[in-house]
Design a protein. Structure first.
Length: 56
């Protein structure tokens, strides 16, 4: 399971079982699901915070 915390305090978790990334917004402001079943085995997560915000 990959986990990444960005500068704003958002937490990104690679969900291997469901092939997606879950973004937990800072200060318990909600959750976003990225790639619902479309991301193949996200075992690590990295966000390009200095560029366009792309997920790797």
């Amino acid at each position: 399971m990959g986990i990444y915390v960005d500068r704003k305090g958002n937490v990104y978790v690679g969900d291997l079982g469901k092939n997606r990334i879950v973004k937990y917004l800072a200060n318990n402001q909600g959750v976003q699901v990225i790639g619902q079943g479309e991301i193949g085995n996200p075992s690590s997560v990295y966000v390009d915070e200095d560029g366009d915000g792309a997920l790797y």
